[in-house]
Design a protein around this ligand. Sequence first.
Ligand code: GTP
Ligand code: MG
Length: 664
Amino acid sequence: MTPSFAISLDALSGWRTTLGRRLDEVSRYLADHEMADAQAAAQMAALRDRLGNEKLVVAFVAEFSRGKSELINAIFFADTGRRVLPATPGRTTMCPVELAWDAEESAALMLLPIETRLEGHSLAELRGQRRAWTIRPLQISDPERLAESLQEVTRTKFVSQEQARELGFWSDETPDDNPPVDDRGFVEVPAWRHALINYPHPLLKQGLVVLDTPGLNAIGAEPELTLSLLPSAHATVFILGADTGVTKSDLGVWRDHLGTHALSRFVVLNKIDALADPLSSAEQVDAQITSQCAETARTLGVGVERVFPLSARQALAARVDGDDKLLLQSRLPALEAALGSQLLPQRRQVLEQVVTDGAQQLETHVSRRLGDQRRQLAEQMFELRGLRGKSGGKLRLMIERIDVETAEFEQCTVRLQALRVVHSRMLKDALVGLSSDRLREEVAEMQTHMSASLLNLGARKAFVALCTRLRKLLDEAQKRSNEIRDMLGASFSKLNGEFGFSLAMTKSPDMARFITELGEIETGYTQYLGLTQALRLSQPKFMEQFRRMLVSKLRVVFENASAELELWNKSTSSQVDSQLRERRRNFRRRRESLERVQTAASDLEIRIAELEGQDERLQGFLRRAKQLFDALREQARAGPVAGNDLISLHMPVEIENAPQRAQA
Ligand SMILES: Nc1nc2c(ncn2[C@@H]2O[C@H](COP(=O)(O)OP(=O)(O)OP(=O)(O)O)[C@@H](O)[C@H]2O)c(=O)[nH]1
Ligand SMILES: [Mg+2]
């Protein structure tokens, strides 16, 4: 692999690790000093998860035999010294092949039998079920055996026409696309539905996932591939053959599968070595390549800078032989440089935003909590300072006053109870439209409409109607959560005024993000529900698979929306609980200090000094927490740097005791 992509990806992953360490530092500090409540801890864990599991998916898509597998070999496997993924003339890769590294598993090839299509389970569902897969360990230190094992992705089998139809490889409506029938009446179909290669390549270890696909226009392509895996890939490399130019079926693949996501498409004009011609000069061949690139760019409607002429075969040979000159001639380095320079900054930005937003949220939360504690300390100090030189009778009066205040304050519990009842009812109403039951009902309704329409030609219409209904549900959830916000806001300001709380409203969750996600699913699937696919949908197995896939995609959106709404509500009400606890503790403490002062007047000064000490400690915690948050943000802004060192910030450890412990 050319250094550029490898180094950039390495730096990106190093940066992520560093950010993770910074975040751990913050979490540890907050936990050690009891500054984070359950909500903050959950937020931190979610952020950590997001950082650690961030994947970068690059998909290779083309008609068969354009050189996808060869290109993957050249980019990722050349260090084995041979061709590892099978790449031969004609149809080779028969099922989608996903290369990734999961350190929890050993190196292995996992294969999902094609028959699993008959059960209607989606690939996403089957991923978690080990039993469904055939697992073969991989000998990674022995390239010959490795290549031999990976031959499996080319395996096919012969089945009857009837079975082929059931599996989705035979269609009476489009007979021209059907595979040939042999003299026994059998049809050749792929043996596997999906292959996962768990391989400890350095780039895969850093979260890169590579998806090799079989020629896509073949009948029987896995709907999940086209609807789920490809649209969610961060980048797609579309490959054409310089020897064939842009054919009609290439255009079909481009139109059906790569029409959207303009930013992350890379077009490769492969096999430029085939243009070499003993009767032409090198300059003439170069000129031909240039004009073919321009032509390709025009036909596909992309900028010419997105088209990369290269020879995967030459690049693989050059890397295997360590021939730098041939590697340059293969022009692969230009594609790798583009992948590195365009793909990674985009990922970086996303992560930076995630971390910066998360840090901000946490910091606000923590400072509010500590600020509150300081305010209460200040009240106590004020009261105690006022006691200097006061008589025993006066002190008794003050204790009585605290008792009265406490009793008055306790009246808030009735109000809080009532508020809780109203709040939980409103929340339940808001969540009901986002429930998985509701989603299933809506999808079932779409299905009824679809099967009622002739040949499923109404499929698209029914699907669009479903999306409209779902959007309404999200709108409704937004409206209801705004109502909750208004209700809580009004109650909070009353409670603050009457009982001295400092309850604050945070921004209510914004459903717009989920509406956008729904829109993306709609766009992707509407395209799929065009005429040709609608025919395929008339096969019950596909309809069932389509439905399951759709539900699983939509469920993610709805579950996330619902979780966000719930989390917001939980954090708002946990604020009430924690302030209630704090206030009670405060009354108790005030009373206790007065009692102590009453028994020994000398205790007054000691107590005041104690409170001052506590306040100083709290300020120290706040300063230190701010430094840690600043460091985290700074690291996020700095982005990946070579060597990925921690940005050094002098952060003297100030005070190590927790406020609660000090007060206990
Ligand atoms: N001359 C030449 N041949 C190439 C090049 N790249 C790939 N090939 C050959 O083209 C044939 C097809 O390559 P594959 O990598 O199997 O193509 P694919 O796109 O993976 O095809 P499927 O797996 O069938 O979808 C193989 O014989 C390769 O060796 C190239 O740059 N130049
Ligand atoms: Mg292939």
